[in-house]
Design a protein around this ligand. Sequence first.
Ligand code: ADP
Ligand code: MG
Length: 700
Amino acid sequence: MPNLSSDIKFLPGMGPKKAEVLKTELGIVTLEDLIYYFPFKYIDRSKFYTVSEVHPDLPYVQLRGKISNFALKGNGRTQYLTAVFSDTTGHLELVWFKGLKWITENLSTGKEYIVLGKAALYGSKLNIAHPETEDAEKFDPNLSGILEPAYNTTEKMKRAFVHSKAIFRFQQAAFRMLSAEFAETLPYYIREKYHLMPLREALFNVHFPQTNIELKKARYRLIFEELFYIQLNLLKTKAFRAKKFKGYTFDKIGTCFNTFFNEKLPFQLTGAQKKVIKEIRKDLGSGMQCNRLLQGDVGSGKTLVALMSMLIALDNGFQACLMAPTEILAQQHFATISRFLSGMNISPALLTGNTKQKDRKILHEQLADGSLQILVGTHALIEDIVQFQNLGLVVIDEQHRFGVEQRARMWKKNDRPPHIIVMTATPIPRTLAMTVYGDLDISVINELPPGRKPIKTLHMFDSQRLRLFGLMREEIKKGRQIYVVYPLIKESEKFDYKDLEDGLESISRAFPPPEFAVSVVHGKMKSVEKEKAMQLFIRHVTQIMVATTVIEVGVDVPNASVMVIESAERFGLSQLHQLRGRVGRGAEMSYCYLMSSHKLSTEARKRLQIMTETTDGFKISEEDLKLRGPGDIEGTQQSGMPFDLKISNLVQDSEILALVRNVASDIVDVDFELSLPENEILGFQLKKLIRSSKNWSVVS
Ligand code: ADP
Ligand code: MG
């Protein structure tokens, strides 16, 4: 008898070739994998459009009519096929770039077809590229259902004839074979309380919906379940950690913190900084290990909060360290912290890949005997040879650049795991934080230090460069400094973007010495040279800093008031926001000029528009999620989403996410081991999910 774990290759019509493609392209091996491969949209087969009604804004249209005038165009490799589709109201063009042979052999002039596709405007003419075609005679909506599912496929799948329709037929076959019940995966009390469809019904309806209402209910059940188990896993891990690991208790506020706060702090803390420091203090004093995510917009003063947290560790007889993802950033943090602490009896040290062996040895000794209290550095901190006498707090800046194992190694640097505070470079959307960092407590600095003037952002085209140079000169005359950032160092054949070498030439011409001086920093330079160039800019010896995105994070020169981003269309939103955050740090009015060519994709245009409309990093991150989807958001790229979402969408399903987090939280509060009889099914299913996906281990 076939069951859920049966191999798909035994499905009628499948065969070894198609099964192999499904495996390599989508990881589908068993019938269960197949059934959990959900449609990404549905086509309403009851609705027919006429050619006169078709326009490019419609998502997907179904037409009925005849195909004629096949014509092979282009030549050699760029050959393509066109045809005219017509009904009683008019005609449009059909275009194929692939599978031309099949089309010419199988479609005939004069016959009536159902044509499905997305219309686009090509020049002034409407066309549909790669339409699906069906013999109108054979079309029967009662057979395929009114709402026809569409499944995502890849090129390789299509070449093996595993297109959306084929997957649909495999789903039908799978359901026919699996007459046995699907074991329910949610306890009855949850299904009852939240009116959730039984699992089997939901799975059936998501593939073969008869009505929109049933489809909605089916999807709701499956989205609920998917997000619920992710939350349950995160919250269960969090509860487990709290029970298992005793944390060091920092219950004193002593000389370090007080001296700094009363005598050294050059400004008032913002309300948000105070609130967050209070939250951290409470964690550190609770006897449990602190695992907290510190979110705040660019320039909101996270570093200061980190420093004050470290001082609490010192006051309690512990050491602290701050780990940054890049050399430049580590140096910058080190400089900032040294400056803040000057005159106090604490000398922090810097450890990076470039630290000399001789200095390293001294450092190691000082760490081991406890005389070195604050260590700032890069990945170098993680190495096993770096041993602390008594490490109590680890601050990790720009968390996403560190992998899971690297973080786990920091846990082992003392008998009990040290407290962990993770800072993100820019805000990440709430729903994403709840999933990717869902096992951490979250603090938000939602306020910028006072007196900051907003940054005026303008989108300009390359043709307006002379005007840009004029604006730059004005600012330099006022005594301000300027960053000009390029996406590439050298000219590239692959991309038509501005490069630093070329840009430097024209800037040097427009801003000649002795009146002007220019610094250059890019990733290919030795770090001593980078540092030298940075220092010249920091000390205001140079007025213009020409750079690649190495200056993206952390760099802090308050006198810089203009950020020019070349080929801005090349950058993602969070990167643009991070770059823009390098200015607006002083009390002067600041400017950000986004330079682009006239050729812009819709999405790039939208990104630049968002940048000119708001400087609120939280808002920008939400828009970014909407535009790109969770896998592409900074903060998840490197570490990857810890799981694949099969049906949920963190933008559209944010309400369900909030709901299931509460549901999971209530369960974990009373039964974090999931040992109550009514929760048995939860424990069982969670284990199964963790086993089946290597990505389900909790990351933070
Ligand atoms: P983030 O790391 O969050 O992007 P930083 O910690 O680099 O921000 O802080 C940005 C700048 O604001 C720094 O120059 C810092 O010294 C300054 N700053 C931080 N907190 C305050 C405050 N409460 N009032 C005034 N300036 C502040
Ligand atoms: Mg910072």
